[in-house]
Design a protein around this ligand. Structure first.
Ligand SMILES: Nc1ncnc2c1ncn2[C@@H]1O[C@H](COP(=O)(O)OP(=O)(O)OP(=O)(O)O)[C@@H](O)[C@H]1O
Length: 387
């Protein structure tokens, strides 16, 4: 029997960079990290940084802790690191907890004081010195990151692309998280029935009903986000990768568009019982990019994969600024080794035009950086501002 995803059609469309579409480097105002304080994160015991509203460069030898500073900023917006497998490794060896504190100045003048702490497995959040949910805190800070793992957005598994999509949806539509949790709860229940080899229709029906309802809303929000992202993405791709020709986007909801998810869940129970988990639904969604001159992923060089990922991140930041009125904070890990000089210069120029706050790392100061950049020397878990 063929895998269900092979049967599912991708929705496919070719976005036009329309003149009304927001430029992906919208001139505007940006969210800024004024202060970043971390304790017991990787090689850092305690560090407190006063950041520049423009470019902040962290320079130092390998293993000095540069990426870890970016990770701290990223956690405030994603609730996880951008490095895979970093879940437990974030806490400094020998310590039981870590803390990240930041002051975030919004474009409208609001100042948020964000605190995230991890004691063992769970994160706790504080907003303006009061306890709050992690979701509420993540909604107050937006960080996009371009790092050595970013090409996985193009060449990696679907999970990476779902995360990208859902981060974009969540930051505009805060109800998304609750929908997603509802879906996950019902999925867990159905998977538990499958693992216990239950086959009674009455046991499955309520969970499949719940899955169907939340899936329809998740799918609607994801489609709407991709529809809004597409013209901005077309523009950023045309700037960074003009040689690849017209862009097309594909979206797969995770189940067939013929019939409801509820019907398909009922008819896939036999297969799901043998696999021990639910094989269709929005947890299997995916989206992909193709180009006229590179119709398959395998046609892209590693550098082109990175540039495509960068175009996606810039488009996401541009759309965020259009919809939320402020540019996210941009982290770039190891700029010099990720992009050639021409693309480094193009990226730096775009971020300058957007007036975005940038946190960038390198073993040396990248030549393309503005001489006004604030430079920090990082070595053995100590970050020192250079005058
Ligand atoms: N949980 C941990 N506890 C203590 N030290 C850690 C922990 N995890 C990582 N480290 C150390 O912290 C440092 C973190 O390195 P990080 O990746 O931030 O450095 P970097 O300056 O970005 O390096 P590179 O230029 O090689 O990418 C490394 O020396 C690493 O060995």
């Amino acid at each position: 029997m063929r895998e269900p995803e092979a049967l599912e059609p991708y929705r496919h469309w070719t976005p036009e960079p329309s003149p009304d579409a927001p430029a992906f480097f919208v001139v505007g105002v940006a969210m800024r990290l004024v202060k970043l304080k971390i304790s017991s994160l990787r090689c850092f015991r305690d560090v407190e940084l006063e950041l520049s509203p423009g470019i902040n460069a962290f320079v130092g030898p390998n293993g000095a802790g540069k990426t870890s500073l970016l990770e701290a900023a990223f956690v405030l917006s994603h609730g996880r690191s951008f490095r895979s497998g970093a879940r437990d490794a974030l806490i400094r060896r020998g310590e039981r907890s870590l803390g990240i504190f930041a002051e975030v100045l919004h474009a409208d003048g609001r100042l948020d004081r964000l605190g995230m702490g991890k004691d063992g497995v769970h994160w706790q959040a504080r907003l303006n010195f009061e306890g709050c949910s992690v979701a509420e805190l993540l909604g107050r800070c937006a960080v996009v990151s371009f790092d050595p793992g970013s090409h996985a957005l193009i060449s990696g598994g679907a999970e990476e692309r779902r995360r990208f999509l859902d981060w974009g949806v969540f930051h505009v539509e805060h109800t998304f998280l609750e929908l997603w949790r509802r879906y996950q709860r019902a999925l867990k229940q159905r998977n538990s029935l499958l693992r216990n080899k239950q086959s009674d229709n009455a046991l499955f029906a309520p969970w499949e009903h719940e899955l169907d309802e939340s899936a329809a809303n998740i799918d609607r929000l994801r489609r709407s986000y991709l529809d809004r992202l597409a013209p901005v993405l077309a523009q950023s791709v045309a700037t960074l990768l003009p040689e690849l020709g017209e862009l097309s986007l594909r979206y797969r909801p995770g189940w067939s568009e013929h019939g409801t998810l509820r019907e398909q869940l009922a008819s896939s129970r036999g297969r799901d019982l043998s696999k021990g988990h639910t094989t269709i639904g929005p947890h299997r969604a995916d989206w992909q990019i193709a180009f006229a001159h590179a119709p398959a992923r395998e046609h892209l060089s590693r550098g082109q994969e990175k540039l495509t990922a960068l175009a996606c991140l810039l488009a996401q930041a541009g759309l965020f600024s259009e919809e939320r009125g402020e540019w996210p904070i941009v982290c770039i890990d190891d700029l010099a080794s990720e992009l050639d000089r021409a693309h480094q210069a193009a990226l730096v120029e775009q971020l300058r035009v957007a007036d975005a706050q940038v946190l960038v790392t390198g073993t040396e100061l990248p030549a393309s950086l503005d001489p006004q950049a604030r430079v920090f020397h990082v070595e053995q878990g100590v970050a020192t501002p250079l005058l």
